[in-house]
Design a protein around this ligand. Structure first.
Ligand code: ATP
Ligand code: MG
Length: 344
């Protein structure tokens, strides 16, 4: 269990100096500036994607949420004109015929329909941009969670940097591929947002708990409430914590590593960004899971459900190592990296 691991392997760290925190901030900022993607616009989208009559294609995921890599895949949601939901739709047949249509497009390769997944998709590779992509059908909740993540990203520049750094960390440590039994980028992003909400003072509010007026509105999509406060221009009026947290990115990055290795109790608590009050694994009846991360809209969905005990320990080990590596200054730089920033 990740909890036993923590007790076994945590070693004491030296006190952080201001100089070191400054370097840590620069490392995080440089990492973000070098590889991040601002937002993919429709021009690229239209270049990449072909015309299909009756089909509406919308980009979501990291092309739109503010935490993308330049090489991030294209996540596309397809809906059909005149049909609001997937109800009554033969998804398998639509996916198969979509794959057939894509095969006729000369700049697309490796077209692969996957009909066994929870949300059926067609994967493809676009030769002109070198980007991979997938098209899913009526993945409506994902469009909403992309908007929610994009709103958090828009509140504070530190959110974007930290979510981005976390994704880089997950990729470098090989703990960020859900199709190979670890956690998705999306799950890591939720972990960062949760930490930023729980920080004292918080860096971001809980947008799903905020509303204007007397009663919290309920907006149902696929049976789940997707309401969140989106009037960010007026956030300062409705959120007393606005701009109260003044920590640097370096402080927060190290704080995050400490939070998930020293403070957060994976056995007892669910990573849950929709409310400020702690949510227990007992209440969710997710006690048998090693790591519980609740989707902010689909509350029955635990993003950590597929983790094996081994993988959960592997992820925890990566966090423990990162706490050690980022928690103490590097004394000796290898001779081939006289410039410290280059080394990082
Ligand atoms: P990357 O840059 O690694 O592609 P991403 O944010 O696009 O990051 P993906 O794993 O490609 O992450 O997922 C794309 C989007 O699909 C997410 O932003 C989220 O909206 C949705 N999504 C992904 N995994 C899940 C999941 N397990 N449950 C619910 N929604 C998910
Ligand atoms: Mg993606």
């Amino acid at each position: 269990c990740p909890e036993d691991f923590k007790r076994m392997e945590l070693e004491p760290l030296p006190l952080m100096t201001l100089d070191f925190l400054q370097i840590l901030s620069e490392v995080c900022e440089q990492c973000y500036l070098k590889g991040s993607l601002y937002e993919r616009n429709n021009k690229l989208f239209q270049k990449c994607v072909f015309f299909l009559t009756g089909a509406k294609l919308v980009l979501f995921g990291s092309s739109k949420n503010g935490f993308g890599f330049k090489q991030s895949d294209l996540d596309i949601c397809m809906t059909l004109e005149g049909q609001d939901t997937a109800e009554g739709l033969d998804s398998m047949a639509v996916i198969e015929s979509l794959a057939k249509a894509l095969r006729k497009h000369h700049s697309l390769r490796n077209i692969l329909p996957i009909t066994t997944a929870k949300v059926p998709i067609v994967k493809f590779y676009h030769t002109k941009t070198g980007l991979e992509g997938d098209i899913s059908l009526y993945n409506t909740l994902a469009l909403h969670n992309t908007q929610l993540l994009a709103s958090y990203a828009a509140i504070d520049a530190r959110v974007k940097i930290l979510c981005y750094v976390m994704k880089v960390f997950a990729k470098v440590c090989d703990i960020g591929d859900a199709s190979r039994g670890s956690l998705s980028s999306y799950a890591y992003t939720l972990m960062v947002l949760y930490f930023l909400q729980q920080r004292s003072p918080p860096v971001i509010p809980v947008l799903q708990e905020m509303y204007v007026g007397e009663k919290k509105p309920v907006v149902l999509v696929d049976g789940w409430d997707v309401h969140f406060f989106s009037d960010l221009k007026n956030l300062h009026k409705y959120w007393p914590g606005y701009k109260k947290n003044k920590e640097s990115v370096g402080q927060l990055w190290f704080g995050l590593l400490q939070f998930y290795t020293e403070t957060f109790d994976f056995k007892e608590t669910v990573v849950c960004i929709r409310r400020i009050e702690p949510l227990t694994t007992f209440k969710k009846q997710w006690t048998s899971k090693h790591l519980a991360i609740e989707d902010p809209f689909d509350l029955s969905h635990n993003l950590g459900a597929g983790l094996s005990r081994r993988m959960a320990s592997f992820i925890m080990k990566a966090f423990i190592n990162a706490r050690r590596v980022f928690g103490a200054p590097v004394r000796d730089f290898p001779p081939e990296y006289p410039n410290k920033m280059e080394y990082f």
